[in-house]
Design a protein around this ligand. Structure first.
Ligand SMILES: Cc1ncc(COP(=O)(O)O)c(C=O)c1O
Length: 359
């Protein structure tokens, strides 16, 4: 037998691995997981019922076109069916977008630090990542991004609100940026946390997409709608882009369980958005408490807060675990903490206060 291994693509070397938020230890001292920006509420009974009914047929393939869900989305957002595409979570759709636009020799641009999947899915495609540092206030530097565009730029992610900082770009600055982007470069407005925004100056990407054929909006059912474990997200984009997304989709990627749960969730939107409202209240409580403890917390419009702790990041994350909450450290940079159930937030605030006193 030959000793050589199968030839793999050179681009895969050195790809950072996606670090999922650490789970809460079973039976251990840690009780709450605040490391993955999940929704802490359990599924609504009606959504659960739609999933259990769909489960009776999982010997069958799902509806590949996601027809029922596409109809609901088309109605809900007032967009034609031909402008919609679904995928296995919005990260799946983001990967489809890169596959559809970018390959070796091309550039994919995004702010950094931002959503950790961007460098991974860019590198897999063979394209080059162009990372534009956030401003000192942890906000997208849209002027620097516009200046970094070259004739090789194919796709630009604008993560709004930004993961992990929670910061936003507002209407005027985003429109000014979009005006500067060549019309053959795709701008992807990643709005995974859209439903948590309360700042009226933050534009709804769907409004921007309507006037601009090179704008695509990414949304997910994982956060506000609480379906992270079922993997379904979608894009709204003009026809050539949406059609390309359907070509690059994994066939049958979105399960029937996910499709039915998404439909049921859209129909239960009022109740789900009520839960989002409670989390937004908790967010304010957490941010206010942290600030009164003396922390600098960037303004967040998402379901998480960001503490720039630099070298103290890992020590802080360990201190949180000792108290009973798992947070998400980015070593050397900072900690992202999801706003969870009240008890979990209380534990986190106690941990933050104790850590602060020891500084
Ligand atoms: C900014 C952003 N985009 C996309 C995603 C992907 O979410 P999903 O694939 O669950 O839809 C996440 C998840 O954390 C995110 O933070």
């Amino acid at each position: 037998m030959s000793e050589t291994s199968p030839k793999l693509r050179a681009e895969l070397e050195g790809i950072p691995t996606y670090k999922p938020g650490k789970p809460a230890a079973a039976g251990g001292p840690v009780a709450y997981k605040l490391s993955s920006n999940e929704n802490p509420y359990p599924p609504l009974p009606g959504v659960m019922e739609s999933v259990t009914t769909a489960a009776c047929d999982f010997n069958r393939y799902p509806d590949m076109a996601c027809s029922g869900l596409m109809d609901e989305l088309s109605e809900r957002f007032g967009v034609p069916l031909s402008h919609l595409a679904t995928g296995t979570g919005s990260v799946g759709v983001a990967q489809q977008l890169i596959q559809a636009t970018s390959g070796p020799g091309d550039e994919v641009m995004y702010a950094w630090r931002s959503f950790e999947a961007y460098p991974i899915i860019t590198q897999i495609s063979g394209a080059r990542s162009v990372q534009v540092p956030l401003t000192p206030g942890d906000v997208h530097d849209l002027d620097a991004m516009a200046e970094a565009i070259t004739d090789r730029t194919r796709l630009i992610f604008v993560c709004n609100p930004n993961n992990p900082t929670g910061t936003v770009v507002r209407r005027a600055e985003l429109e000014r940026f979009l005006d500067r982007v060549p019309s053959d470069v795709l701008v992807v407005l990643d709005e995974a946390y859209r439903e948590f925004i309360r700042d009226p100056e933050v534009p709804d990407g769907v409004e921007l997409y309507r006037e601009r054929p090179n704008v695509c909006v990414l949304r997910t059912f994982s956060k506000a709608y609480g379906l992270a474990g079922l993997r379904v997200g979608f894009a709204i984009a003009h026809e050539p882009v949406a059609a390309a997304l359907r070509k690059t989709a994994v066939p049958f990627g979105v399960s029937q369980l996910a499709q039915e749960a998404a439909i049921a969730s859209l129909r239960a939107e009022d109740e789900l958005l009520g839960r989002v409202g409670s989390l937004v209240c908790e967010r304010k409580r957490v941010v206010d408490a942290l600030r009164s403890q003396g922390w600098t917390v960037p303004e967040t419009q998402a379901n998480f807060v960001w503490l720039r702790l630099g070298e103290r990041t890992l020590a802080f994350a360990q201190a949180c675990e000792r108290h009973g909450v798992v947070v998400r450290p980015f070593p050397g940079e900072g900690v992202r903490v999801t706003v969870g159930e009240t008890e979990a937030n209380d534990i986190f605030l106690k941990a933050a206060e104790a850590f602060r006193k020891e500084l």
